[in-house]
Each structure stands twice: as structure tokens, then as C-alpha cells.
Ligand binder design. Structure first.
Ligand SMILES: [Zn+2]
Length: 134
């Protein structure tokens, strides 16, 4: 393998990691209330990730296998789930719908093309297919 090319690739990787330091997956604030789970900062998280809260809700209701609704800035799920599980699901969401699959940056948006949801990266210009939520 070309040594110079190898060095160059190593350098690019370092640069990328450095550039991503600003982005952190938000911490979920949730509590179980009776038979329900309330995620207090759900809409704020969606805004930070620049995603439609309804799209995020759809993902969570599927992953948690529970109906859920938006109430103000909260999401309310009709099941009891601990914060750690919700945090894990949020990380799955970010990996699937926020981070560019090419450059791993969060500077992306979801666009509809021919009725198919696609992720477009504003940093590197890549277009990636994402899971379709029905
Ligand atoms: Zn990208």
C-alpha cells in the first residue's frame, strides 16, 4: 500500500474526529408516571437534531412497541421504559437519521425524493438512503 496515501487517510480520520467534537447526543430526561413514560425534553432534542419531532416520535413508538403522543415539549408513551433504554434508542435514531453515513457529521437534513425519505449531507454532499418509517 502507498505509504503517503496511508498517512493522508490517517490524517483525514483525525481531522474528522476533531471536527465532530461540537456534536453531542442530547441527554434524555424522562420519568415513569404510573403506566406512562414521559420524555420531558423530547421536542428540544428534535430541534437540536434538526429533525421533525413527529418523525422521531414515529421511530420511538416503533422501537418501544408502544403508542405515543406529543404533548407540548413532552413525548408521552403508554408503557414503562427507563431512561437508559430511551437514551439507547435515541442513539440508534441519531446513527440512522442524523449522522451522515459517509462522513459521520451531523450536518444533514432529511428530504423526500420520489416519496422516499433520503438523507442529504450539507458537509460532504452525500445522499444516503434511510430506513422508511411507516
Ligand atoms: Zn457527509
Amino acid at each position: 500500500m502507498d505509504y503517503e496515501k496511508m498517512l493522508n487517510e490517517a490524517y483525514l480520520k483525525i481531522k474528522r474526529i476533531g471536527g465532530d467534537e461540537r456534536f453531542e447526543i442530547p441527554k434524555v430526561e424522562s420519568s415513569i408516571q404510573g403506566a406512562f413514560t414521559v420524555v420531558k425534553n423530547f421536542v428540544h432534542i428534535a430541534e437540536y437534531l434538526r429533525r421533525d419531532p413527529k418523525h422521531m416520535l414515529k421511530f420511538f413508538t416503533r422501537e418501544l412497541a408502544s403508542p405515543g403522543t406529543l404533548q407540548g415539549s413532552n413525548a408521552v408513551f403508554q408503557t414503562r421504559v427507563n431512561t437508559r433504554t430511551i437514551q439507547q434508542k435515541l442513539e440508534d435514531y441519531v446513527k440512522e437519521f442524523v449522522l451522515c453515513k459517509e462522513c459521520k457529521r451531523p450536518d444533514t437534513k432529511l428530504i423526500k425524493e420520489d416519496r422516499i425519505l433520503t438523507m442529504k449531507c450539507e458537509a460532504c454532499g452525500a445522499k444516503c438512503a434511510v430506513k422508511q418509517l411507516k
